[in-house]
Ligand binder design. Structure first.
Ligand SMILES: [Zn+2]
Length: 245
C-alpha cells in the first residue's frame, strides 16, 4: 500500500551498505520508522531530502514487514539549525521529545505544528533559544495530558498576586496568602508567561514576551515540569545543557 503525508525527519540510522532507517514525525500517522534505500549515496534521489530536519510531503510504501519511503516533495530543510552546535543540540532535543511522546498510527497535527514552528524560530535565530525551549517543553507537557492548573490559586481562587507559587510535582498554583511549602516562588510575570504558553492559540504562542531576567526561572520550571510529565531524562538535554553552559 502506498500513502502520502507531510513528514519531518527526526532521526537517521545508517544501515546496510548505504541505506538509512529514518524515524519520521508524520502528520497523518504520528511517529513512524521507514527505510530509505541507498539514500547514503550522493546521487540517490532521497539523499538530500532525508537529512535531519528535512520536511516535506513524503510518499511511503508499506507492506506487512516494513515501511519504505520512495519520494519526497521537499518543503524546508531548516538549514539554519546547523549554524552552531548549541542550536543543533537543542533541535535534536526537540526531536527526541517528539519521538518519546508523539502518538503512533494516528494523526499528530498538534505535535507537528509545535515542532515545525519551534524549529522555524530556532533556525531563524531571532528569538532567545532558552525561551523557545521553555515554550516547547511546557506546551508539549500540555499536549500530552499534563496541562498545569494555572487559571487561579488552587486554595482560594485568587487570579493574581505578586508573587505566586507553582508546585512542579502537582502542576498547581497558589497565591501569596496560600503559600504551599513545596511550591516555587514565581514573579507574576513568570506565571503570566506560563499561562500564555499553555492557553494561547498556536499562532500566537511564539509572540510571548518576557523580561530577559525572568527567562532562567521560566526555563528551570518548564524543564522540570516536562521531565516530571514524561517521567524520564533525555541524553540530548544533558548534551544541550553541557554545551549551553
Ligand atoms: Zn490563595
Amino acid at each position: 500500500m502506498t500513502f502520502n503525508t507531510d513528514a519531518i525527519v527526526l532521526k537517521i540510522v545508517k544501515t546496510g551498505e548505504s541505506d538509512r532507517l529514518i524515524t519520521f514525525l508524520t502528520r497523518d500517522r504520528g511517529v513512524i520508522k521507514a527505510f530509505a534505500g541507498a539514500a547514503e549515496r550522493p546521487k540517490n534521489k532521497l539523499h538530500m531530502s532525508t537529512n535531519l530536519f528535512c520536511y516535506g510531503n513524503f510518499t511511503f510504501y508499506e507492506n506487512a514487514k516494513t515501511v519504505k519511503t520512495e519520494e519526497c516533495d521537499l518543503t524546508e530543510t531548516f538549514f539554519g539549525l546547523q549554524k552552531d552546535i548549541e542550536t543543533l543540540s537543542l533541535a535534536q532535543y526537540f526531536n527526541e521529545l517528539i519521538i518519546e511522546t508523539a502518538p503512533r498510527e494516528t494523526q499528530a497535527n498538534e505535535y507537528m505544528r509545535l515542532l515545525l514552528n519551534s524549529l522555524y524560530f530556532l533556525a531563524e535565530g531571532k528569538k532567545n533559544p532558552r525561551l523557545l525551549k521553555a515554550v516547547f517543553e511546557l506546551r508539549l507537557s500540555s499536549i500530552i495530558g499534563y496541562m498545569p492548573s494555572l487559571v487561579a490559586c488552587k486554595s482560594c481562587g485568587a487570579f493574581e498576586t505578586e508573587p505566586m507559587y507553582f508546585n512542579i510535582e502537582t502542576g498547581e498554583l497558589f497565591c501569596r496568602d496560600c503559600i504551599q511549602k513545596d511550591a516555587v516562588c514565581c514573579p507574576l510575570e513568570v506565571i503570566a508567561a506560563m499561562r500564555h504558553i499553555v492557553f494561547s492559540e498556536l499562532n500566537k504562542l511564539f509572540a510571548l514576551q518576557i523580561n530577559v531576567g525572568k527567562i532562567p526561572l521560566l526555563t528551570q520550571i518548564c524543564e522540570k515540569y516536562l521531565i516530571m510529565s514524561v517521567g524520564k531524562n533525555f541524553k540530548t538535554l544533558d548534551f544541550y545543557k553541557a554545551i549551553a553552559n
